[in-house]
Design a protein around this ligand. Structure first.
Ligand code: CU
Ligand code: CU
Ligand code: CU
Length: 461
């Protein structure tokens, strides 16, 4: 509905380019016909090593990606000045025709004049591929925006440091484990929400940790307010459906079964209620680790990360509540890719944190449902990869990128020698533009023998 209102509004919007008035949609206005109610001037440049729009003059002077405000119906004039000699423009997301021209050379400028009647938050950004992700985005607020709407959005992100500690060498035991399936409306990306389906309210579901030979009494409870039947299939289980055959659970009900963990390894679990791909994409996946007889080698830190895709009716980045698209799911045409459930989960919300000199282990799985991950950490090399989650085969050593299938997992280990931000990606890097990125922040002293970033070109240092 919002889009059609905006389109109607834009019938009255003019677009001023390089001093002459051009037609965006509808009739052109002679230059004398408008006096801007609000004027903003932005320049382009680097701020903290990232690309940015920087405010010029007034309250936004010097502010990086400033929040711009106007009242509904205001005539807004936006001037973009090229400050860095790199090609840029400025555009409003979801509002056709409201954009400047590209500015190519340092000092070049372009102006857009527009009017929006519908109150709300609109994202502005640079449309040059990659520039938005590199930092060139901000918000234009038209009228009173209920900030609480944004703040109140729940998070389904599981902290990658949230997992039980090692078991090690001990006799087999019996565990009583329980999972609760919950459907939760929560934040998918900034300004965007989605009705996720989860195990225990977070994505991925809880990291379950047992040892080979252990017996597990597993209870699955489906929350009262669920709208769907849910179930669980553990890839670590030997038995019909990995448990799914006996855990199809109606809202408000509970089911249970017992299994013995026969094979060590790192295994995916997921909901297996038809349409299974729908239940998985909505967030119903997690990992269960079956430690081998002797346990795992000691490391300083362990992390838990899972990759998935989401298929929304709205395009990536569109604000507001997003509906699931069954057509896009069947076409395997996702809008979002995520680590731990939401865009920004492992960058803004819970970056992985460690120190130089430590060894790090990442339990990494793919919920999917459809896309294989080419898992890679930019700036690091995996010292050991327990390929395909196998803990009884010797690990691969010195690996750059490892393939992880949907419904598959891997355990990677590496030492941290140099401080800085290391970036978790799927090396199918288009997906980074759709949300699939995380940070591992390594704190500590510089180690110039391994990496020296303070070298002057030509002259040594
Ligand atoms: Cu740009
Ligand atoms: Cu389900
Ligand atoms: Cu499966």
């Amino acid at each position: 509905m919002r889009k059609s209102l905006i389109a109607a509004t834009l019938a009255f919007a003019g677009l001023l380019v390089a001093g002459s008035l051009a037609l965006a949609q509808g009739r052109a206005l002679p230059p004398a016909d408008y006096t801007p109610d609000v004027s903003y001037r932005l320049t382009t440049g680097l701020a903290d090593g990232k690309m940015a729009f920087i405010g010029v003059g007034g309250e936004i002077d010097g502010v990086v990606n400033p929040r711009l405000v106007a009242e509904p119906g205001d005539v807004v004039q936006l001037t973009l000045v090229n400050g860095d000699g790199v090609q840029h423009d400025w555009a409003l997301e979801g509002v056709d025709g409201v954009a400047t021209d590209m500015v190519f050379e340092e000092g070049a400028s372009s102006v857009t004049v527009f009017r929006i009647d519908e109150p709300g938050q609109y994202s502005y950004y640079c449309t040059v591929p990659g520039h938005r992700q590199a930092g060139m985005e901000g918000l234009l607020e038209i009228g009173e925006v209920a900030e609480s709407d944004e703040e109140a959005l729940a998070s389904i992100v599981r902290d990658p440091a949230d997992l039980p500690g090692p078991i090690g060498d001990r006799e087999p035991v019996t565990h009583d484990l329980a999972l609760v399936t919950e459907e939760v409306e929560a934040r998918l990306a900034d300004g965007t929400s989605y009705r996720f389906w989860t195990f225990d309210g977070q994505i991925p579901g809880p990291f379950l940790r047992v040892k080979v030979g252990d017996t597990v009494n597993m209870t699955l409870e489906n929350a009262d307010d669920s709208t769907m039947i849910h179930s669980v299939d553990f890839h670590a289980v030997t038995g019909p459906g990995g448990g799914a055959a006996v855990t199809q659970t109606r809202p408000g009900d509970a089911t249970a079964f017992t299994f013995k963990a026969l094979n060590p390894g790192l295994y995916v679990y997921h909901c297996a209620t038809p349409m299974v791909a729908h239940h998985i994409t909505n967030g119903m996946y997690g990992l269960i680790l079956v430690e081998p007889e002797e346990g795992l080698a000691e490391v300083d830190r362990e992390f838990y990360v899972m990759q998935g895709e989401l298929y929304t009716e709205g395009a990536f980045g569109q604000r507001g509540d997003q509906e699931f698209s069954v057509d896009k799911l069947l076409d395997e045409d996702p809008e979002y890719f995520t680590f731990n459930g939401a865009v920004g989960a492992l960058t803004d919300e819970h970056p992985l944190q460690a120190n130089v000199g430590e060894t790090v282990r990442i339990f990494f799985g793919v919920g999917g449902p459809n896309f294989t991950s080419s898992f890679h950490v930019i700036g690091e090399i995996f010292d050991r990869v327990h390929d395909q989650g196998s803990l009884t085969s010797p690990p691969l050593t010195d690996v750059q990128t490892t393939t992880v299938a949907p419904g598959g997992a891997t355990m990677v280990e590496f030492g941290l020698e140099v401080p800085g931000d290391y970036i978790l990606v799927d090396h199918a890097l288009s997906r980074a533009e759709r949300g699939l990125v995380g940070f591992l922040q390594a704190a500590g002293d510089d180690n110039p023998e391994v990496f020296d970033g303070n070298v002057t070109p030509g002259g040594g240092h």
